[in-house]
Design a binder for this molecule. Structure first.
Ligand SMILES: [Zn+2]
Length: 97
């Protein structure tokens, strides 16, 4: 993932959701995520950036598995549920059933 995406506007909402639903594994990861919300990804130390990327990597899909577009942060939790599809492809595939 291109780290400039961590500065996108809707990224903070995605992080808040991870925190609110207790999906980060410990208080250290949660603290770093809160720091990103407060001050931005670029304010982290290299070590914190590494921990942060690892922490959210389980929940992040870079591209839609079907059409390859970049999945927006606001669709990320839906992508997690449907196995990595953008909302468009999810709609299409639900019609296949
Ligand atoms: Zn797609």
């Amino acid at each position: 993932m291109n780290s400039s995406r961590y500065s996108e506007e809707d990224f903070n909402a995605f992080l808040r959701e991870l925190i609110d639903t207790n999906r980060l594994s410990d208080s250290k990861e949660e603290g770093i995520a809160k720091l990103v919300i407060d001050k931005g990804f670029e304010s982290l130390s290299d070590k914190q950036k590494y921990v942060f990327k690892e922490a959210i990597s389980h929940y992040v899909y870079d591209e839609c598995k079907r059409c390859g577009i970049e999945i927006p942060w606001c669709e990320m939790s839906a992508a997690e549920d449907n196995g990595g599809l953008c909302s468009w492809c999810q709609q299409l595939s639900s019609h296949d059933d």
